[in-house]
Design a binder for this molecule. Structure first.
Ligand code: C2E
Ligand code: MG
Ligand code: MG
Ligand code: MG
Length: 274
């Protein structure tokens, strides 16, 4: 009797696993198709100068529109990495972002790069070819990477960064303060910019050491002479604290949410609507 129901549960469990596997492989198939269509495209979040409030650049953020609704990059980026689709997805986003942002004279463009992309030996030449083909000034492009890649694959990453720097591409250390927050990584890899993780910005609202930690992180960047962008800025109190601590650029819902190219162009014409 007990054995019977145990076997029943095992069958049920294995069916559930099959179901999960089917669901994932369907999603993978849809992802593959979406990469070569308009279903995956970047939206753009404005980045402003902390002192003037003027828009100085945009960060491209990937969005996947499916018939069932919107899938978050927190879900489909890891899925693309597992399915071996990240190189294609990454280049698709970079291409769309470059083609769109080309017309926005004077604005810098930041694009996120997955650690796996940076470790692909043909990544630097693919980026170089794309910028040339699209006639996009490499000096306007910043690639955002997280620390994890530098820890796991330091030599390949360093080579890729050196090659792309030669043509003028810059690098930002993304999400600083939520991982190792390594001073070594900041110095050894010569990052042109530090992006402070939103969790650090939000922690400054708490009673206690939150604002001290945020100020100390900015002081570290100032000491290393690395310009800072704060992410996830939602309140004018946070903006004020960041400004007086010496942070040069702000990004977050206070300034503007990620938006379509059309919406961004409206904001640029009339900054009041942001
Ligand atoms: P990230 O690069 O750190 O991007 C910042 C994330 O914070 C974005 O989430 C953005 O929408 C969100 N955000 C910005 N300001 C605020 C704010 O004031 N409040 C709140 N609550 N959130 C804010 P998103 O677009 O969901 O992207 C999540 C992560 O997915 C990104 O983090 C990035 O690591 C990754 N990602 C997005 N697009 C790409 C891509 O094209 N390629 C790769 N490899 N990764 C991407
Ligand atoms: Mg980023
Ligand atoms: Mg970030
Ligand atoms: Mg992030």
């Amino acid at each position: 009797q007990a054995k019977e129901s145990g076997r029943g549960r095992a069958v049920e469990y294995s069916r559930a696993l099959d179901g999960e596997r089917d669901r994932l492989s369907t999603l993978e198939g849809q992802l593959r198709a979406a990469i070569s269509s308009e279903a995956i495209r970047p939206v753009f979040q404005p980045v402003v100068s902390a002192s003037s409030g003027h828009i100085c650049g945009v960060e491209a953020l990937a969005r996947w529109q499916t018939p069932a609704g919107f899938v978050s990059p927190e879900v489909f980026i890891p899925l693309a990495e597992r399915a071996g689709l990240i190189d294609a997805l990454g280049m698709h986003i970079l291409e769309q972002a470059v083609m769109t942002a080309r017309a926005w004279t004077g604005l810098d463009l930041s694009v996120n790069v997955s650690p796996m992309q940076l470790c692909n030996p043909s990544f630097p030449s693919q980026v170089t070819d794309l910028l040339q083909r699209e006639d996009f000034d490499p000096k306007r492009l910043t690639l955002e990477i997280t620390e994890s890649v530098l820890m796991s694959n330091p030599e390949t990453s360093r080579r890729a960064m050196e090659t792309l720097r030669k043509i003028g591409v810059k690098f930002a250390l993304d999400d600083f303060g939520c991982g190792y927050a390594s001073i070594g990584a900041l110095r050894q890899f010569g990052f042109e910019r530090m992006k402070i993780d939103r969790s650090l910005v939000w922690a400054s609202d708490d009673e206690g050491q939150g604002s001290g930690v945020l100020e100390a992180t900015i002081a570290l960047a100032v000491a290393l002479k690395i310009p800072v962008t704060a992410e996830g800025v939602e309140t004018s109190r946070q903006a004020q604290l960041l400004r007086s601590a010496g942070c040069q650029q702000l990004q977050g819902f206070l300034v503007g949410k990620p938006m379509s190219a059309t919406e961004l162009e409206m904001v640029m014409k009339d900054p009041e609507v942001a």
